[in-house]
Design a protein around this ligand. Structure first.
Ligand code: 0X9
Ligand code: ZN
Length: 381
C-alpha cells in the first residue's frame, strides 16, 4: 500500500490532536504542534484517521516527496558510514596529542560505532558528549557533531577551545546507527528510521531512541510502540540493541557531565522528561536545563535568525526510553535533544538540501560551545 505524507488537523474537540499520538496507531509522526500534525501513513491508516473525525489533507505521496527532495545535489556533501570513518581517522591522525578515535561497539551488521575523544588526557577531566544519527534518515545529525569535532580541533590552540581541552574532554559520536544510515543510501529507502535488527516476527528494526533503560517500555502509543513493525518500536527489552549498548557503555565508562544528542527535524531544543508530561521534580535541575535551553535558543537565533524552540520533550510528544531521559534519569546530568533544520516538511523535512549543512552548523556552533562551557566549568557538586 502506498505511503502518503498528510497534514492532520482536528476540529472536533472529541478527537484532539494530542490524543492522536496517545493511541497505538503505528503512525510515523514528523511534526506536531497544537494545531496540526504532519505524518507519514499508509492509505488505510489515513482513511482510519478520517473516519475518526480528523481532517486529513494529503501533501504528497512519500515517493514523490523523496523524488522532489532527494536529488544528487541534495545528497552531495553528506557522509556515508565509510567516508565518516575515513575523515574521523584523518582528524585523529592529524592531532595525535589531543584526539583519539575509539570503536565503542559494533552495529547489528558489524559496522564500527566510532567515538572521537578530544582533549588533553587528564584523570580529573570533565567530559561532555555529543551524539548524532540515532535515526537513519536524519543525515544532518551526523554532520553537525562531525563539524563540531573538526572545528574544535582546528581551534585547539586558541582560547577558549584551548582551555576547554586542557580542562576537559569533548567526545563526539556522529553516527550511532551506521546500518540504518547505509540503508537510507540505497534506492527506495531514504526514509528509513530504525536500526537493522531482524525482529522475531520477521519485521526489521528497533527505534534506538526508544531502547534506553530509563522508564523503558512504559508507554505503548504511536510515538513509542511495542509493535515490531512500527517506526517507533521500543525493542524487546531495554538495551536490546548493540548500538544503544555502545552508548550505554561509553557513558558508564566516561561519566559525562552532560550529553547532547542531535536529531532532525523541526528546530527544537528538548530537555527531559519525555516519558511524562510532569516536570523534573528537582527544581535546581529543572532550572539549569531550562535556562541552558533558553540560552541555546538565543544563541542559535543570533546567528541566522532561525528559531529553535526550547521545551520539555514530552510537550512535543510522549516517548519512553529516549537517550536524554536515560542520561538525566540515570546519571543526573544535563541532557538535551536538539532537532536541527529545517523547520518543516515544506523546506525538505528529513531531506535537507546540502547547501543548508554549513548554515545549520554555523547556528549550532555557539549553542554547542555554551553547552561545553557549562559542563566543563560547572562547579563540583
Ligand atoms: O521521536 C524522537 O525520537 C525524537 N524526534 S525525531 O523526529 N528526531 O524522531 C524526539 C525525542 C525527544 N523525546 C520526546 N519527544 N519525548
Ligand atoms: Zn530522530
Amino acid at each position: 500500500m502506498a505511503d502518503v505524507i498528510v497534514r492532520v488537523t482536528s476540529t472536533d474537540p472529541r478527537s484532539p490532536l494530542a490524543r492522536l499520538v496517545t493511541l497505538p496507531l503505528g503512525l510515523d509522526v514528523w511534526e506536531l504542534t497544537q494545531d496540526e500534525a504532519v505524518l507519514q501513513a499508509d492509505e488505510a491508516q489515513a482513511a482510519r484517521l478520517e473516519a475518526m473525525g480528523y481532517g486529513v489533507e494529503q501533501l504528497q505521496t512519500s515517493e514523490s516527496y523523496v523524488a522532489d527532495f532527494d536529488t544528487a545535489r541534495t545528497a552531495a556533501g553528506y557522509h556515508s558510514a565509510g567516508s565518516l570513518e575515513q575523515e574521523l581517522r584523518h582528524l585523529a591522525d592529524d592531532h595525535p596529542e589531543i584526539a583519539q578515535l575509539q570503536r565503542i561497539g559494533r552495529s547489528i551488521e558489524g559496522r564500527p560505532i566510532l567515538a572521537l575523544r578530544i582533549g588533553e588526557r587528564r584523570r580529573s577531566a570533565r567530559r561532555v558528549a555529543f551524539l548524532g544519527c540515532h535515526h537513519a534518515r536524519e543525515w544532518i545529525s551526523v554532520e553537525v557533531p562531525f563539524l563540531l569535532a573538526k572545528d574544535l580541533l582546528a581551534d585547539a590552540s586558541t582560547a577558549p577551545v584551548r582551555d576547554w581541552l586542557q580542562q576537559g574532554e569533548v567526545w563526539v559520536v556522529p553516527m550511532v546507527n551506521p546500518d540504518g544510515h547505509e540503508h537510507t543510501r540505497t534506492p527506495g529507502n531514504r526514509l528509513w528510521r530504525k536500526n537493522r535488527r531482524r525482529n522475531r516476527d520477521g519485521t526489521i528494526g528497533v527505534d534506538l531512541n526508544r531502547n534506553y533503560g530509563y522508564m523503558w517500555g512504559t508507554l505503548d502509543v504511536t510515538t513509542s510502540s511495542h509493535t515490531p513493525a512500527d517506526d517507533t518500536y521500543v525493542g524487546p527489552r531495554a538495551f536490546s540493541e548493540p548500538e544503544s549498548r555502545a552508548v550505554r557503555d561509553l557513558v558508564a565508562r566516561q561519566l559525562f557531565g552532560g550529553v547532547l544528542t542531535y536529531h532532525s527535524y523541526s528546530q527544537l531544543i528538548l530537555y527531559p522528561w519525555g516519558y511524562t508530561s510532569g516536570p523534573i521534580p528537582d527544581e535546581a535541575d529543572r532550572r539549569e536545563m531550562r535556562d541552558l535551553a533558553d540560552d541555546m535558543q538565543r544563541l542559535i537565533a543570533g546567528v541566522h535568525g532561525e528559531t529553535y524552540t526550547a521545551q520539555q520533550s514530552s510537550q512535543l510528544y510522549p516517548t519512553a526510553g529516549d537517550t536524554t531521559d536515560w542520561t538525566y534519569g540515570e546519571y543526573d546530568v544535563p541532557s538535551f535533544t536538539v532537532e536541527l533544520r529545517p523547520a518543516s516538511v515544506l523546506a525538505g523535512g528529513f531531506i535537507l538540501p546540502s547547501d543548508q549543512i554549513q548554515p545549520c552548523w554555523e547556528e549550532n556552533r555557539p549553542a554547542a560551545h555554551a553547552f561545553i562551557r557549562h559542563v566543563l566549568e560547572k562547579p563540583e557538586r
